[in-house]
Design a protein around this ligand. Sequence first.
Ligand SMILES: Nc1ncnc2c1ncn2[C@@H]1O[C@H](COP(=O)(O)OP(=O)(O)OP(=O)(O)O)[C@@H](O)[C@H]1O
Ligand SMILES: [Mg+2]
Length: 700
Amino acid sequence: MSGYIKPSPLRHIQEVATAMNSTLDPDRLLDLILERCIQICEVGSGSLMLISRGDEVLDIVTFRGMNPSVRTKVKLRVGEGITGIVAASGEGMIVNDVTQNPHYISIKDDILSELAVPMIVEDEVIGVISLDSSRKQAFSEEYLELVSTLANMAAQIFKNLQTFRQLEQKNKIQQVLIDISRTVTSTLVLQEIFDDVMDRLDKSLNLERGSIVLFDSEKNILKLSAASGLTAEEMEKGVYLPGEGVTGKVYESGEAVIVESIVSDENFLNRLGNASHFKNNPENVSFLAAPIKSDTDVLGVVSVFFVHKKYVDLKTYLDFLQVVASVIYQAIRIQKLIDEEKREISRENILLKRELKNKYKFGSLIGKSKSMEKLFEMIQLVSDSRASILITGESGTGKEMIASAIHYNSSRGDKPFIKINCAAIPENLLESELFGHKKGSFTGAVADKKGKFEMADTGTIFLDEIGEMDLNLQSKLLRVLQEKEIEAVGSVKPKKIDVRIIAATNADLEELISQKLFRADLYYRLNVVNMLTPPLRERPEDIPLLINHFITKYTSENVKKIKGITREAHKLLMSYSWPGNVRELENVIERAVVLSQLEMLDIQDFSEISGRILYGDEGEDVEVGVDPEASSEVASSKFSPAHLDALDGRAMEVVVGEVEARLIKYAMKKFKYTKTRVAKFLGINRNTLDKKIKDLKIDY
Ligand SMILES: Nc1ncnc2c1ncn2[C@@H]1O[C@H](COP(=O)(O)OP(=O)(O)OP(=O)(O)O)[C@@H](O)[C@H]1O
Ligand SMILES: [Mg+2]
């Protein structure tokens, strides 16, 4: 046959065995064995095919001297062609003239002879090595034997390497799973979990371009939620309908799927343009997708691409991906639970806040009259604006309470609420109180001092009794309102401030303006919103609420056991005109609660009120304009049936007591507390006077 000296077969075997042992890479091993066989047989081309597990197809894994297109074009079934027959029979074959063999399938034009040997391990054919020659009679039995031996050696080593690799793969997978579960337990942010999972799949397992789609039940679509290696724009395209494409099908069926080669599967939509990413060897790219699901519902799909050599065990990867999917399912479920809890908590928070606000509004600012309801409404309306507010109303009608309700209901509610009573501070100190001063700016200014305006920065300042402010300070205040900045006494540097102003007065500012005691421009600045607190006598329906409120308040403050008020006493309080408004009512109840020894507050606990009613001098001091000679007259003329009813059974006692007390007080004052003179004036003796002072609890 050929005229060269063949090296001994044993040497070939030894050499190839040594070479094969130097690689741990099964791909490299298969390359190497084919190359050596071609060298040994001195032929031009050859290929190595492996039987794909399960589907009995021979896939070209490596080849020499052929057009690369054979890799995709040639798909031999086991039993088909010479190679297929060898794969099926497990027997090597020499065809020394292919033109004469009916089984031969031509994959290359100039081939005349072929040698094909099976690769067998443990009685199983795993592949075929075939060598081709352009000469007839190119192969001898000797070659067949030698190549068969080498093929079986290679098969064994290949198998070992594959097992080794699978073990390695499993170890790696195990490690990746451990890492992923660590991430899942260390963060609760879903996106972080997704990103980490993708990153690990990519780095450790060469699973590329992973993505997670989740079902959006509102829109009825599957939406890309996380992906590695995609731009935001590409992410936008990641929308599938259930059932659409591989991803949609996995979602719909709840079954994991392997697409062995993305180029040959018609279901593969390539919506994200991944195929072009793998343009170098798209036929080696598989797509694995697993549902993110529980027994009852599917939330989405996790998928990865995998670039590999044909004989890789994709099933192991799919199993792995399913575990990853279940980890993701848990993460999503936990996230959902947390979101729900958060929502629940924030709902509770809102409720609590609302309750607090209401408590403020209705718990301490009492009132159900139309005019009060209107005020409450107004508080809500003006709270969140920055507008200045002027609260006017008689003394004791609740101006200060309204001011704090506005502040605490506003967005400034958690910022300072600073009150200053302009009437209570000497004129010369008020400026420094309001705006602060620099050290040394006047005698006594031993250090810098912050003014109330600065303290109220970002919050609210309440200027009570604004009518008492002198004209000079009024212009300074006006400047603050206009410029929104303050200047401390002795400072040259103005300071920007953000303060909401609420002012209050029981004076008639318009009257003061006409007397040139109040600046009209300041009035208009302050009076952006005007709130009028109605006097108590104009809203008697609020009195019972207030009575109860104050009884409860002072009973608990003074640890008393008072249960309520008698009908008579209630009637009495209802018939009074309350010139001192709510404050007066509050004081009256407080005193009654403190002094009462019984469970029910009764008429005698409110003797000063009955006295005022009887004498018709409600709210006025006892000594003003009372003519003792005329008092019985006054008393009888002011004796209304309502008052008498209220005093049922004790009218004489109460009325006489009141008259006596007033008379004694009048005389005490008139005779400068000289009791002998008073007794003489009253026509009683000293002892009787002392006894009456004691019994009637007259303090002087
Ligand atoms: N609507 C109300 N509900 C409960 N308490 C009220 C109400 N209005 C006033 N009060 C009570 O009455 C007292 C006087 O109220 P406040 O100090 O707000 O009145 P004012 O109008 O500022 O009086 P003044 O003009 O004398 O300063 C306070 O103790 C307050 O608690
Ligand atoms: Mg006040």
